[in-house]
Structure formats: C-alpha cells, structure tokens
Write a protein that binds this ligand. Structure first.
Ligand code: CA
Length: 212
C-alpha cells in the first residue's frame, strides 16, 4: 500500500490510501503506522516525467519497418542515456526516412533526415547518430542570431561543430553499449569525413555525394 501525504496547513494532514480499486482520502491519524508515507513530490515528479515523455514524443515518418527501428533506438536512448535523450527530444521534432542522412535544424520542428543505411546498420549506431544530429540542432539554436535569420552553417555544421558532435556521440555510444567496432570507427573520424570533394568546406555539393 502507498500512502500519499499532504499537509494543508500546520495542523491538518490528509492522506490517500491506495487500495485495489480506488483512492480514498483518509485523515492520517486513522492510518496504521505500518503504512509507508511518501511525500507528494516523490509520486508526482516520476508521473510528470512519464507524461512529459509522451507529450513531447518525436514524430517518425517512414515505413513501418523504419518506424519500428527508430522507436527501438529512442527507447534505448531514453533508458541508457537519459540526459542526452532530453536533448534529443528538445532538438529533434521529426525523424524522417530519407535517401541521405542530414539535419534540417532550421525547420520547425527540426527534422533529422536519416537514411536506411544509417538506421539499419544497428540499433546502437542508429541511436548514436540521432544524438549526434540532435547536437547539431542544439548548436543551431545556441548560435541563432536574434534577427531571426538562419544560423551560419559554420556555427552548427562546420568542422568544429562536427568534431563536437562526434565527441557527444562517443559519450552516448559508451552509455548505450555500442560495440568496440562502432566506437573505434567513430574515434577515427576527425570531423572532415563529410567533405567529400576535399575542398576544405562542407556544403550542398558534399551532401549530394553522401552515401549515408
Ligand atoms: Ca567540400
């Protein structure tokens, strides 16, 4: 049995005793001492967390196989990397099945385009890239100019940003139990892997050449 205790003023206390069917308000003095008393906040905060998770659920757009895969990844993040999952929820509104992976951080809500190749490589890889791109989206908001213009690409998608996102991804990978193979692959990246034509900048030309 759980007793929720609430003090209405200095002298009067009430409690709710949970039985099999209903919640019954009871004056505390009527409750046997063996009942555990739990402060209201210890019940309400976890409930708020549960409902909060549902209220800000990320929309997944794709076929049913894709949706199932992405849901597994988000679940893994929510369990094993709770802090980072909060950032994911805040900075990705839609995960969209696409032929290439990339973060449309300027959209409202921000949309992570994720290819099948990225999504189905493994649950852990897919989950870690969601965190990676959420980090880019976070940088986009962090450096957003006050004049409502787009954040300069360099600030959130350039080489320095890419390096930071890789570091963030690595931290997540260690939390969610990624394989050494995946972690070692990531560690080898220096943030320039997206510069396909090796011209020292990241732009749409590189994006078109992406095979992931
Ligand atoms: Ca380039």
């Amino acid at each position: 049995m759980i007793i929720i205790e609430k003090t209405y003023n200095k002298s009067v206390k009430f409690a709710c005793a949970k039985n099999a069917h209903t919640w019954t308000p009871l004056p505390l003095r009527h409750l046997p001492q063996r009942y555990v008393r739990i402060k209201m906040k210890n019940i309400l905060i976890p409930l708020l967390l549960i409902y909060g998770t549902n209220a800000s659920a990320i929309t997944i757009e794709g076929n049913s196989k894709y949706k199932t895969q992405v849901k597994k990844c988000l679940k893994l993040l929510s369990i094993k990397a709770r802090t980072e999952y909060r950032l994911v929820k805040k900075h990705i509104g839609v995960i969209y099945q696409s032929d290439k992976s990339g973060m449309n951080a300027w959209e409202n809500p921000p949309r992570y385009l994720m290819s099948d190749r990225t999504a189905f490589y493994s649950i852990t890889w897919c989950a870690s890239t969601i965190a990676h791109d959420a980090y880019h989206s976070y940088l986009y908001q962090k450096y957003k100019p006050s004049n409502s213009k787009k954040t300069p690409y360099d600030k959130w998608g350039g080489f320095k940003a890419e390096k930071e996102a890789i570091k963030y991804q690595e931290k997540v990978m260690k939390k969610i139990g990624s394989s050494n193979h995946e972690i070692n692959y990531l560690k080898k990246l220096d943030g320039t892997h997206g510069d396909y034509n090796k011209d020292g900048k990241l732009d749409s030309t590189d994006y078109k050449k992406r095979n992931w």
